[in-house]
Design a protein around this ligand. Structure first.
Ligand code: NAP
Length: 540
């Protein structure tokens, strides 16, 4: 993929039935569905191409950590059969090529306006219409607006003290230059040790003359053991894709990890447990945490998995002091588990250094990164500092609902929504994988498809009934919110500061945002709403 603009719709239309923000996997599928069901639609997209997160995150080593055969659309059965993934975990360029293929195959680009960032969305109560305005000042008016803006799409915009003085380039993993970056012979500083850093550090180390990694909190990572996808394996999956999709639908994470509902870590003899962790480590991937049902509910159980991974880190890393620094002390899985290729091993290389910045904030000078009073010279800096997750992309649009009420006001103390799909006070507005839905705890593709289909069914229902407005009732929203927080409270994932809680962003209210009741339970709840005639909503 080049960075060249892709052909899309030249002009923002004045009026459509459905205005969509974003042309990532959600926006693309929505366009397809709207067309199928006879609604006119447009997607307004900030990028010059489709693909959403996979358009922007082009850093070295970027790849999905859900297996390729599962991280794909299932709505198009021919596409499932036609498309060939090359590796167990698809690299970013291949996922982007896949998004482009889908856009081409279904001729979706003609309804996408590229290179336009939506600045505001305002609801006119009398007209029952949303008006979206782009940064260029173009407007589109539509009875319905769907935010397909992604969960991890608004970069963390933290500015480091002295950042403007740095004379070399500063790159963000989340906004990587399309032409790529050659670090050969350079002294590179990487700030951050989350998933993006863990994927890019081993690749940057292959080029850089010296690499210094600045770590505030160590993360747990399990090996990917990525490999070319064996054609016979792909053929087996394709012969029964429906079987795989059915297993996904029943799985907590909408990914068919090997899950044993009867296995309890604290009731398993230590030798047997270790053998199970070894098997999972050898298999690689996020299924590691599916070993036992109590791992994410019982701190004692969780500690057995955490101890196992820490022992692995100490086995891999030669220098015990570096190994110590790399060993997380918090709950495994509390922050998002990472999946790596040679991450820990990279610290055995003589030109790679790890600097602990847990106690002292980073400062940047003209030619170095300062930590704890020491200067680390750098020719280039890579910021792998993550995202203003879940709400960032929505809050960066000035969304005004009924009576001019702003979403930013409503969410000042944290997001409140009905199932991550709708917000009281904002009629005819839908969010795909919004806060309050399982989204980031699941394989995103099935979750996206489920939301898009639910929204489409809802729109068709309104049309059939001759109705033009739908708004979630306040009690339904607060009931869901209470359920969502209750489920979160029982889960170890809500117990630490992370991007799930918004605490990675200065000043963001600490609220656990994604729904952790599991995909099947959530889908059942969505289906019950539709089957019950949307009683949770006021319609008319
Ligand atoms: P992240 O997990 O939020 O990691 C950001 C890192 O930057 C953390 O180590 C954080 O430290 C550090 N950091 C932030 N501000 C800092 C500061 N002021 N000083 C020093 N360090 C600072 O972000 P990410 O790595 O981009 O990943 C976000 C999510 O995107 C992942 O969890 C995953 O869900 C998704 N993702 C997926 C893939 C994949 O599919 N393979 C790849 C990349 C990302 P603290 O922990 O101390 O805050």
């Amino acid at each position: 993929m080049s960075g060249m603009p892709e052909k899309g719709r030249a002009e923002v239309p004045a009026e459509v039935d459905v205005a969509i923000v974003g042309a990532g996997f959600a926006g693309l599928y929505l366009l397809y569905l709207m067309r199928q069901h006879g609604f006119s639609a447009v997607a307004i997209e900030a990028a010059e191409g489709v693909g959403g997160t996979w358009y922007w995150n082009r850093y070295p080593g970027a790849r999905c950590d859900i297996e390729s055969m599962e991280y794909s659309y299932q709505f198009d059965k021919d596409l499932q059969q036609e498309w060939t993934w090359s590796e167990r975990y698809a690299p970013q360029p291949e996922i982007l090529a896949y998004a482009n293929h889908v856009a081409d195959k279904h001729d979706l680009r003609r309804d996408v306006c590229f290179g336009r960032r939506v600045r505001s969305a305002t609801y006119d109560e009398a007209a029952r219409r949303w008006t979206l305005t782009t940064e260029q000042g173009e407007t589109v008016t539509a009875p319905f607006c769907i935010m397909a803006t992604g969960c991890l799409s608004a970069p963390n915009e933290t500015r480091f003290d002295g950042e403007d003085n740095f004379r070399g380039p500063i790159y963000r993993t989340s906004l990587w230059p399309h032409e790529g970056v050659n670090f050969t012979g350079q002294r590179v500083a990487v700030i951050g040790t989350g998933s993006s850093a863990i994927q890019s550090i081993p690749e940057i180390a292959k080029q850089a003359a010296a690499l210094t990694v600045f770590q505030r909190t160590p993360n747990y990572a399990v090996p990917a053991w990525n490999h070319p996808l064996k054609p016979d394996y792909a053929a087996r999956v394709k012969a029964d894709y429906e079987g795989l999709r059915a297993r996904q639908r029943k799985a907590f994470s909408a990914a068919a990890f090997r899950f044993n509902p009867d296995a309890v870590a604290t009731k398993t003899p230590p030798d047997e447990r270790k053998a199970e962790y070894e098997r999972r480590w050898a298999e690689g991937g996020l299924g590691f945490l599916a070993a036992y049902t109590d791992l994410m509910f019982d701190p004692q159980a969780n500690a057995t998995a955490a101890d196992f991974v820490r022992a692995k880190i100490r086995e891999i890393v030669d220098d015990p002091k570096i190994a110590d620094l790399l060993c997380p002390t918090n709950t495994i899985g509390c922050k998002r588990l990472c999946v790596d290729t040679d991450y820990y091993k990279t610290y055995n290389l003589p030109h790679v250094r790890l600097v602990d910045v847990s106690e002292t904030p980073i400062r940047i000078t003209g030619d170095s990164v300062m930590a704890g009073g020491e200067a680390f010279p750098a020719d280039a800096i890579v910021l792998a500092i993550g995202f203003d997750a879940m709400t960032g992309a929505l809050m960066r649009i000035d969304i005004q609902g009924r009576a001019g009420r702003r979403l930013a006001q409503k969410w000042a103390e944290g997001p409140v929504s009905f199932m991550g799909l709708a917000v009281e006070g904002f009629p005819n507005l839908f969010t795909v994988t919004g806060p309050g839905s399982p989204s980031v705890f699941t394989n995103m593709l099935p979750s996206i498809e489920q939301h898009c289909e639910w929204i489409t069914e809802c729109l068709c229902g309104l049309r059939d009934a001759g109705e033009s407005e739908i708004e979630v009732r306040p009690d339904a929203e607060s009931d869901w919110q209470a359920h969502h927080q209750e489920v979160a409270g029982a889960h170890l994932r809500s117990g630490c500061a992370s991007w799930y809680t918004g605490e990675n962003i200065d000043g963001k209210p600490a609220v656990f945002m994604p729904y952790i009741g599991g995909f099947p339970r959530y889908v059942e709840a969505c289906e019950a709403v539709a089957a019950g005639g949307y009683a949770e909503f006021r319609r008319g």
